[in-house]
Design a protein. Structure first.
Length: 188
C-alpha cells in the first residue's frame, strides 16, 4: 500500500485545504454549525493561525489558512479541529469494525486535501474557489447568498490603502470630436 507523506513547512505559510465527511451527502456540518465554530475557536486558542477564507458545505469544508512564521504544522490543527467537533457527536452507524477497534468515530475522511499557496495570483484563485464553492455545488446563485461562508466578513471589512494618497494636479483632458461630422461643423 502506498504511503502518503505530508510536507510541513516549518516556517509557516499559506495553504488551501478541503476536509470532507466520511459519509457523502451527510449534512452534520450545517446541522451542528455552532459546534463546528466552537471547535474551531478552541483550536485557534491552542494553535493560532489566520483564516483567510472559509466556506462550510453540508459535507465538506474549503478553507485558506495562513500559519504563523514559526509553526507550519497544519495537520495538528486540522486534527484538533476535527477531534473537538467529533467528540460531541454520536458515532455514525456506518463505522467499520476497524474504525471501532481504533476508537475512531468515523465522521471525517482520514485524509484531507492541501495545497501550498505559491503567490498572490494563486492566493486569489484559491480564495475565489472557496467563496464560489457553494455556487459550484448548486446551493445558491451567488456567493453572498450562502450563510456559511466568510465572504460576508471579508466584504464587510473596509480596506484602507497601504500607501499615502497625494493630491496631484490633473492635466485637462483634450476634447474629442466626433469623427463622423464634417470639419466645418466641428468649429462652429
Amino acid at each position: 500500500m502506498a504511503r502518503l507523506r505530508q510536507l510541513h513547512d516549518p516556517g509557516g505559510g499559506t495553504y488551501f485545504f478541503t476536509l470532507r465527511l466520511a459519509q457523502r451527502g451527510d449534512d452534520v456540518l450545517l446541522r451542528r454549525i455552532p459546534l463546528l465554530r466552537q471547535a474551531l475557536r478552541e483550536t485557534l486558542a491552542r494553535r493560532p493561525f489566520h483564516i483567510d477564507a472559509i466556506a462550510v458545505l453540508p459535507d465538506a469544508i474549503h478553507t485558506v489558512w495562513t500559519l504563523p512564521a514559526q509553526d507550519g504544522d497544519y495537520a495538528k490543527r486540522i486534527g484538533m479541529w476535527k477531534a473537538r467537533f467529533s467528540k460531541h457527536l454520536p458515532p455514525p452507524p456506518h463505522r467499520s469494525l476497524r474504525q471501532i477497534k481504533r476508537g475512531e468515530k468515523g465522521i471525517w475522511q482520514r485524509r484531507f486535501w492541501e495545497h501550498k499557496i505559491q503567490g498572490a495570483a494563486d492566493f486569489e484563485r484559491h480564495r475565489n474557489l472557496v467563496h464560489l464553492s457553494p455556487v459550484h455545488a448548486g446551493f445558491c446563485q451567488r456567493p453572498e447568498d450562502w450563510p456559511f461562508s466568510a465572504i460576508h466578513r471579508e466584504r464587510a471589512r473596509v480596506i484602507e490603502p497601504e500607501f499615502e494618497v497625494l493630491e496631484e494636479e490633473v492635466a485637462p483632458v483634450p476634447r474629442r470630436y466626433p469623427t463622423h461630422m464634417p470639419p466645418e461643423r466641428l468649429h462652429s
